[in-house]
Ligand binder design. Structure first.
Ligand code: ZN
Length: 54
């Protein structure tokens, strides 16, 4: 996995420490921590599938 995408996964999981669910607040936390997260997320091999496998 490319490093910039692996970093996205890590920051995504860290954001879950603040907000366990994928609420609008969750995505705001994520954007604050990583403003280019959408670009990184698009690099995931299977973007329809969440990082946790849910
Ligand atoms: Zn998540």
């Amino acid at each position: 996995m490319p490093r910039h995408i692996a970093e996205y996964v890590v920051v995504h999981e860290l954001a879950h420490l603040k907000e366990p669910r994928h609420t609008p607040a969750f995505w705001r936390h994520l954007e604050r921590a990583m403003p280019d997260y959408e670009q990184r997320k698009a690099g995931l091999a299977r973007p329809a599938i969440e990082v946790e496998g849910v």
